[in-house]
Design a protein around this ligand. Structure first.
Ligand SMILES: [Zn+2]
Ligand SMILES: [Zn+2]
Length: 453
């Protein structure tokens, strides 16, 4: 294949890195990514993309397009940061950045950077080849706890895509093959009656008792759940800090996960019964509020093989002496780092014969129900780096992460061009998608739930 189209990434490398740096320097949390979203939009507009904003009621969501007709291929761009994880860049010790409250502790500035790089290269391919087709950057806010893509999916924006691809920063080089669980967050609020806990306890009805009973009931439920169900909770209002007052209000945030949206729905009903039982026993009342939900991830083997082939066709980034020195310092800062790990991942992991289960969740699940979707693990970080850590924020501006972002952009562009050149691959991907979804998307998120902006 003539890989001329990649030269645009080399030519615009500094601009792409600058864009990722701008996102890193303006760490904004879910649905408040105004500066990050604006920076990516303005750069894509400068490069001839047309942009539709405010998708699914999310002010920072956007779709940037170039070209017309099919095939239509989209690159997912995430850009939200992690709350309160502020950290100075390029040092190997924890130190809050006095200028920033939040931080890119999941590396989503690399995620949007590789999407933009890939889109520019495919644009160059479309211009040169004169072939019909559309390339899109899917600007997806609020991945961290916001399920942004699920709100976007409601509007049908992912439906017209023949394929979508996204590259999350990680510490290994691989095509993602593992599916993820459907998940949702539901807030339970209990209301009771306050009273003097010593003098008139019989007049009080404790909302905190209700939360505790609900949690006990759920903990007994665990033994009787399917193996791949997960339930987590956080008490976010314990009813005040006075032990001598019967707590009149209390709130607990529940998070449920299951193999697919149907199983998730069944699990949620059982957890709801635990709340009902707790309210009955404590003579309190309760309400529940749905906060966010992501569908399970549908995986498409044809797109995985196609992306693997693209990744294997160009050399992975090689760390130089400076990279290795910084990487070693970061490695030394990681508590209980497994011995024998390399400083950086420099090998592409083969596609596995057996897919191991994965118990996390991602809102990319809602993209994957609407079009064939594939993801790359971009090997940016020092292996052993914990997720959502200060070490990730610090590494976000290091040279190796930048090289990894540029490599990922190129590999994605090659993967997309392979799809433009071989329509039978897209047909096969669509067939696999139809087999797995039955062509019906029933989101994990109820239709009346609005984003928590
Ligand atoms: Zn994350
Ligand atoms: Zn992430």
């Amino acid at each position: 294949m003539d890989m001329d189209f990649l030269s645009v990434i080399d030519a615009k490398k500094d601009e792409i890195i600058k864009l990722a740096d701008t996102v890193w320097e303006n760490p904004e949390t879910a649905f408040k990514e105004y500066k990050s979203s604006a920076a990516i939009i303005s750069y894509l507009k400068e490069n001839g993309f047309s942009v539709e904003k405010n998708i699914g009621g999310l002010p920072t969501a956007f779709i940037a397009s170039y070209g017309s007709g099919h095939p239509e291929i989209g690159f997912i761009a995430e850009f939200d940061a992690i709350s309160d994880l502020s950290q100075v860049a390029l040092i190997a010790e924890p130190k809050r950045d006095p200028e920033r409250q939040h931080g890119h502790a999941c590396g989503h500035h690399i995620y949007c950077g590789n999407a933009v790089a890939a889109a520019l290269a495919v644009q160059a391919y479309l211009k040169k080849s004169g072939k019909p087709g559309t390339i899109k950057v899917l600007g997806c806010p609020g991945e961290e706890g916001g399920s942004g893509k699920a709100y976007m999916a409601r509007t049908g924006v992912f439906r017209s895509l023949d394929a979508a691809m996204g590259g999350h920063p990680e510490s290994m080089w691989a095509v993602r093959t593992r599916p993820s669980l459907a998940c949702c967050n539901i807030l339970y609020r209990f209301d009771g009656r306050p009273s003097h806990a010593g003098a008139t306890p019989h007049l009080g009805r404790s909302a905190l008792d209700a939360v505790e009973l609900m949690n006990v009931a759920v903990n007994f439920l665990r033994e009787h759940m399917p193996m791949d169900n997960r339930v987590h909770y956080a008490i976010i209002d314990a009813g005040g800090n006075a032990p001598n007052v019967v707590q009149p209000h209390a709130e607990v945030m529940y998070m449920m996960r299951a193999k697919d949206n149907t199983d998730l729905n069944a699990l949620c009903k059982r957890v709801h019964k635990c709340a009902e039982g707790a309210a009955l026993a404590t003579e309190t009342t309760f309400s529940s509020e749905f906060h966010a939900a992501s569908s399970n991830l549908i995986t498409i083997p044809t797109l995985q093989k196609n992306l693997y082939k693209a990744m294997a066709s160009i050399p992975l980034p090689v760390p130089d002496e400076e990279d290795l020195a910084f990487g070693q310092a970061i490695a030394d800062s990681i508590v209980d780092r497994k011995p024998g790990l390399p400083i950086y991942a420099t090998e592409l992991l083969p596609l596995p014969d057996v897919i191991s289960p994965h118990f996390g969740s991602t809102d990319t699940g809602d993209v994957s129900w609407n079009c064939p979707t594939v993801q790359m693990h971009v090997g940016c970080w020092v292996p052993g780096t914990p997720g959502h850590s200060w070490q990730i924020v610090s590494q976000g501006k290091c040279n190796f992460a930048r090289k990894a972002m540029i490599y990922a952009g190129k590999a994605f562009a090659i993967a997309a061009v392979q799809l433009f050149e071989n329509p039978e691959l897209l047909a096969q991907a669509k067939k696999e998608h139809l087999e797995k979804t039955g062509g019906i998307y029933e989101p994990a998120m109820p239709a009346d739930v609005m984003p928590h902006l």
